[in-house]
Write a protein of this length. Sequence first.
Length: 216
Amino acid sequence: MAFDLGLLIITIVSFVSLLLGNAFFLAHYAHHADSFFTESILAKLVLMIGYLLAESQILGMALDVQNMRETASIKMDLFWYVSMMIQTLFIIFVLPLGLFYSESQQKFCPALLKAGVVGGICSGLLVTGWLMFAYSEIPVSASTCMDTDFVLGSATVTPSPCKRLDPVYLNVALTFPIYVTACMTFIGWFMLLFFLPTGMWSWFFESLATYFTRPE
């Protein structure tokens, strides 16, 4: 594989452009009381990382295709592994931390403890599932057939029907990054369904809460 300097420059320029674009987006739509980035900088940083993760998933596909066409030396498998692992950490720890931090009236230690419990439970489920599916044995069988007659001594022998050989088991190993990628792909659709139409879902839950809290 050859080193493609042009592709690397385009990748770096795209990353810097996305970073600056996300910063401008947050500054432009920030509340006037936030005073740009001087207040709640942690929340804005989490938002910027979330934007970059989502954008890298989209633009990474084009980068992967171009890298394959030009036989460049960018290791896209490592890129996808790191991206998916960061996305997993973001979902099972960072998002719960932000939720608990906002609910605890900006008390960091209790929020960190609750987020650690949630992250530990989710990590335990991921590791347990991976250990269960880390190895699989796939049976591979073959059949032998003879389609012509052959002479055995003075007699002509017609071959018997196809004979099925004993299966051979192919051991396939599943690495942890691949397992996490599959889980995040499955869970990501549910995250998309809940967080993409945020306004519509909030209207539904607010209407439901209004119904259950209506005066008797």
